[in-house]
Design a binder for this molecule. Structure first.
Ligand SMILES: Nc1ncnc2c1ncn2[C@@H]1O[C@H](COP(=O)(O)OP(=O)(O)O)[C@@H](O)[C@H]1O
Ligand SMILES: [Mg+2]
Length: 627
């Protein structure tokens, strides 16, 4: 592989984060721009994130205080037990003044040992308790966080989902909440315990013997610094390894999900070549990272041993000179041996804290996003007839980029209005405005004479049924999916709706008929069948307004002709807005609007527009010739 191509590949795949990438693969390929982006690195505003996270955790105050108390007892007892060795050794095992009564010493020793066992027992018990309590507290916090996040998503406007990648939103539920959970579960307590242990050990060391204590206290940070330096090199190799792993995963994922495209364009050879390159790179990086982390362990270990040797020698001399006791030396050596453990532990956990805070920040970002606001003075409506009027409507998704310009039209209850025009003309945008997925900037839209902003959103949407080109089916049975359109519909009504949509016959042929479980957005159905189910879902709804946005574009012409009757039944007595490429569906409309670049350039019935010999006539003849 030449260098330029290698560079291109790296640039393409190097954005992948290993963890999120694997998560993404588990989630399956989601549509469009989605790419999982987990939290990484440091939070932008640490204080803010901490304060808000604290607010969440504070709901579990009692549990957390109990857990922290337990961990205090746990560390306290461990420290106490470690110090008790000194009097035990001095009194019963080794002491100046020679042998006194042996049996008294043994029984005394036994008593102390039982005492020690009790202390250790308490220590273990409180540690277990602390873990249970903290687990409970963190799980409750996560449950609250996840449900608030989900509830928030339900209240976000469509604009939010149009401007944020699905994978990115998903990863806030998975990766980010996970890292927060990890921190709450273990890291927090470990840091608290570690800090207490460090302070306690320093105090006890200095108390036992200031000289030996000082040696350890000075040497250990030095040692930590040295191992950190080695680590830093290792870290680079490690992140190189992660980056390469991410690239390989990204490439593999893409090739697996795009296997059909790879095959049909005969890209197997090239794919294999590229994979080989990435594989080789990962291999090199992994060797390097593993080698470095391999030497790190032994190196730190030996450095620790050196400090230990120094303390032992100095302590030995002090004991020989009669300035120190053997029990004290044993305890001091124990402290020296263990001192770097809590230091390492705490410094390791800091990273988890940072990524958890960054994760929390990303979660709070969603929580802070602006929700769909309800107008204060909504006009109460009992029912909707479906008299829709658009008056000089101007709209753009982003300010200063108008998409719809001066749109005026009306539809009386039960009328059928069709939109035709080339892709990007603004047809879908009109329907987005009717369901108030977006708010208009100028002009008015009224339904039954009430301005659309004054209608309760829930009420408005419950009165609009939609069939979109982008079908969506939920995991569940066929029946449930159809009933989604009107939850109180009976089984008979479900079948009836399916018949209207011409879906009945194919549903009956499914393995379990209406009880067949659809998974993965109905992956086991054809695109056309999925669409028929979506039509059935709209058919079961009693909404007076119906929007069909290229609803039949992925069923073949024969099926379309077949369901035409059903569609007629579907549209009967409903104000219908239909967008279609195939003009046969459009012909029967009361009025046809020809949209071009956001403007209505022609309007009228089929016959009128044909007679006018304008854009519609061109489109019509083009299509007819093609058909
Ligand atoms: N969510 C969106 N954000 C920004 N621009 C959009 C969005 N949806 C559509 N557009 C733009 O609005 C214009 C009209 O799109 P649309 O109404 O979907 O066209 P049509 O349905 O007629 O093919 C296009 O230029 C498109 O790029
Ligand atoms: Mg469209």
């Amino acid at each position: 592989m030449n260098e330029a191509r290698a560079k291109r590949m790296e640039a393409k795949y190097s954005g992948n984060k290993t963890k999120s990438q694997t998560k993404q693969l588990e989630l399956g390929p989601s549509r469009g721009r989605s790419r999982a982006m987990g939290a990484s690195g440091k939070p932008k505003n640490m204080r803010n994130a901490i304060v808000r996270l604290m607010q969440y955790i504070s709901h579990e105050k009692v549990l957390i205080i109990a857990a922290i108390s337990c961990s205090l007892i746990h560390t306290g007892t461990s420290l106490a037990a470690s110090y008790l060795l000194r009097p035990i050794i001095n009194q019963f095992i080794y002491f100046e003044g020679g042998a006194s009564d042996i049996s008294a010493r043994v029984s005394g020793l036994l008593t102390w040992l039982i005492f020690l066992a009790i202390i250790y027992g308490i220590s273990v018990l409180t540690q277990w308790l602390q873990q249970r309590l903290m687990l409970e507290a963190s799980q409750r916090t996560l449950v609250r966080m996840r449900s608030e996040l989900f509830a928030k998503l339900q209240n976000l406007p469509v604009r939010y989902f149009d401007t944020h990648a699905a994978g990115d939103i998903m990863s806030r539920f998975t990766n980010d909440v996970d890292t927060i959970g990890e921190m709450l579960n273990t890291t927090l307590i470990q840091i608290i315990c570690g800090a207490i242990t460090i302070v306690g050990t320093i105090v006890l060391m200095l108390y036992t013997n200031p000289i030996l204590g000082l040696i350890t206290i000075i040497a250990t940070p030095l040692l930590t610094f040295v191992s950190k330096t080695i680590m830093k090199n290792g870290q680079k190799a490690y992140s190189e390894q992660q980056k390469n792993l991410g690239m390989l995963n990204g490439f593999t994922g893409e090739t697996v999900s795009g296997q059909k495209v790879v095959k049909v364009f005969n890209h197997e050879e090239i794919a294999m070549d590229e994979f080989g390159y990435l594989n080789e790179k990962l291999c090199r990086a992994q060797e390097e990272a593993q080698f470095r982390s391999g030497i790190m362990g032994p190196a730190t270990h030996q450095l620790c041993n050196m400090v230990y040797a120094v303390v032992a020698s100095v302590g030995g001399i002090l004991v020989a000179l009669g300035r120190f006791d053997v029990g004290g030396l044993t305890v001091s050596l124990n402290y020296t041996r263990q001192f770097n453990r809590p230091i390492n532990e705490v410094s390791m956990q800091i990273n988890t804290v940072f990524s958890a805070l960054a994760g929390a920040e990303r979660v709070f970002e969603v929580m802070d996003a602006e929700e769909e606001k309800e107008d204060a003075d909504t006009v109460p409506m009992k029912e909707m007839k479906g008299h829709v009027v658009l008056d000089h409507v101007n709209f753009g998704y982003v300010p200063d980029v108008p998409v719809l310009k001066d749109i005026s039209l009306y539809a009386k209850p039960g009328q059928k209005i069709a939109f035709v025009g080339s892709t990007g003309a603004g047809k879908t945008t009109v329907t987005n405005l009717l369901s108030r997925f977006y708010d208009i900037q100028e002009g008015t839209i009224t339904i039954d004479g009430v301005p659309i902003e004054k209608i309760n959103r829930g009420f408005l949407r419950s009165n609009i049924a939609m069939v979109l080109q982008d079908t969506h089916l939920f995991t569940g049975t066929v029946r449930e999916n159809i009933r989604y359109g009107r939850l109180e519909a009976t089984d008979e009504e479900v079948v009836e709706a399916a018949k209207i949509a011409s879906a009945h016959s194919f549903i009956e042929q499914l393995e379990n008929g209406y009880d067949t479980v659809l998974e993965n957005d109905g992956a086991n159905l054809s695109q056309g069948q999925r669409q028929l189910l979506n039509i059935a879902r709209a058919a079961i709804s009693k909404a007076p307004i119906l929007i069909l946005d290229e609803a039949t574009s992925s069923v073949d012409t024969r099926t379309e002709r077949h369901i035409e009757e059903g569609m007629d039944a579907l549209m009967e007595n409903r104000t219908t807005f239909v967008i279609a490429h195939r003009l046969s569906t459009v012909r029967k409309s009361n009025a046809i609007m020809v949209l071009e670049k956001g403007k209505i350039i022609e309007r009228g019935t089929h016959e009128e527009l044909l007679a006018a010999k304008g854009r519609y006539a061109d489109l019509y003849h083009e299509i007819v010739e093609l058909d």
